[in-house]
Write a protein that binds this ligand. Structure first.
Ligand SMILES: [Zn+2]
Length: 440
């Protein structure tokens, strides 16, 4: 009962809810105070609520000067004890992309000799206008960003400059998941430093943790009156064992655990649930049976969107129909793999990715959420040489083909891109005929 009341209190203003809220004075590992400058807090009606900015505006019942993440609930945030009046219908845009990778050749072109810092904004400049449309925009960060102190490296054990985090913020991402096979490439220290940086930047995160409490915390990201529950898991960590005494460090795929986590999110008030899964087999362009079985089971268990990645190539999406206990039908979306969003991998479509856009509609009368207008926007990593270093830029494929504005590309390059675009669209839509009907 007490726990339920606390959850409700926190729900009114929090995007990341610690399961067991701690008093402000205790040693919280979350130094989130500096993440939201006062100026941002004063723009509650921003159409693009990056991080938690937009939430302060839409809920309307909390004091904006308070930090919604780290402050304990206060009396003025208490919801009414009577049932809330029927709400207005709401709509918000959910977006996601695939793997954010950092191979060593991606570094030199982003380095500034004078300031001795990196700037990766160029990777994202051309897709920023699309990513910024999302109320939630998710990325899978497939490398620690533990910075120089732990040494930079690419495959097979990655570690990237912390500036990659800044570039993700610049690009318009709001939410970064970290459960993937490279999560432990710099051990527990790498996880600490990565989460510290992401937290400073105000991202919602899920998938790795510095404590049991952090691993167990409920992540509800509220936008325009709609609460997304977020979960993230990986099939493994490339054989690197979980740090001693820290089995919570990386969330591993465990069907029963995921189903119980979905239930917890529902009970905590999630309007829809996105489960980010790092799974599948590298370079396979179609999902295997294990992916299909797991993803469909999770939709049946109450997940609404499965956002997959890891194969480094794009795999299709499919709609799934599940019947609720009351007989109504709920539609879920499974995206099997979104490919590489940014990487140095080339050939066999490894240099292509996809941005997904899904409208989330919440009906005011029933409180039910539905998914609408699934849109897949294929992207390509364009590379150019500049002063001996390679520059990388993610480009929206169709736009690039139409504008023919990319440097150093000739007519035959454009016809290759055109061919790849239609091949990718065909692949992406190859399972999008009749919705898959879950039985039993
Ligand atoms: Zn992976």
């Amino acid at each position: 009962m007490v726990l339920l009341a606390l959850s409700l209190l926190l729900l009114s203003g929090c995007s990341q809810i610690p399961k067991d809220p701690v008093p402000e004075s205790s040693a919280s590992p979350e130094p989130a105070q500096q993440t939201k400058p006062p100026a941002e807090q004063q723009q509650p009606d921003s159409t693009h609520p990056s991080g938690e900015v937009g939430e302060a505006g839409e809920a309307g019942n909390q004091a904006p000067e308070k930090d919604p993440v780290s402050s304990p609930p206060s009396d003025d945030q208490k919801p009414e004890s009577t049932p809330p009046a029927p709400q207005k219908s709401a709509e918000a845009l959910w977006m996601a992309v695939g793997d954010i990778m950092m191979h060593m050749p991606q570094l030199p072109g982003a380095y500034n000799e004078k300031t001795k810092t990196y700037n990766f904004e160029g990777f994202f400049k051309q897709v920023k206008p699309i990513l910024e449309q999302g109320d939630w925009t998710l990325a899978n960060l497939e490398t620690p960003i533990a910075g120089k102190s732990l040494g930079y490296s690419g495959f097979p054990r990655f570690n990237a400059p912390t500036e990659l985090g800044d570039a993700l913020k610049y690009a318009g991402f709001t939410t970064v998941t970290t459960a993937n096979n490279h999560a432990l490439d710099r051990g527990a220290k790498g996880i600490d430093l990565t989460l510290e940086k992401l937290e400073k930047l105000g991202f919602e995160t899920k998938g790795t943790a510095r404590s049991k409490a952090e691993a167990d915390r409920i992540v509800l990201a509220k936008r325009k009156g709609i609460a997304m529950g977020l979960l993230a898991y990986t099939y493994g960590t490339n054989g690197i064992p979980l740090p001693k005494g820290q089995p919570y460090a990386v969330s591993l795929i465990d069907e029963a655990k995921i189903i119980s986590d979905i239930q917890k999110l529902r009970n905590a008030g999630a309007d829809f649930i996105a489960v980010v899964l790092h799974f599948g087999v590298e370079y396979q362009t179609q999902p295997n049976d294990a992916q299909k079985t797991l993803a469909r089971k999770l939709i049946a268990a109450g997940a609404d969107i499965i956002a997959g990645a890891h194969p480094h190539v794009v795999q299709p999406y499919e709609m799934v129909e599940a019947t609720n206990p009351d007989g109504t039908v709920r539609k879920g979306l499974i995206i099997y793999s979104m490919g590489n969003f940014i990487s140095n991998q080339r050939g066999d479509s490894k240099d292509y990715g996809v941005i997904y856009k899904v409208k989330i509609h919440k009906d005011g009368a029933t409180g039910r959420t539905t998914l609408k207008d699934v849109e897949a926007i294929p992207t390509w990593v364009h590379r150019t040489r500049n002063n001996g270093a390679t520059q990388y830029a993610i480009v929206p494929l169709q736009q690039a083909i139409e504008a023919k504005s990319l440097k150093n590309l000739g007519a035959s390059d454009y016809s290759d891109l055109k061919r790849m675009y239609s091949q990718l669209m065909k692949r992406i839509k190859s399972m999008s005929g009749q919705p898959f009907k879950l039985t039993g």
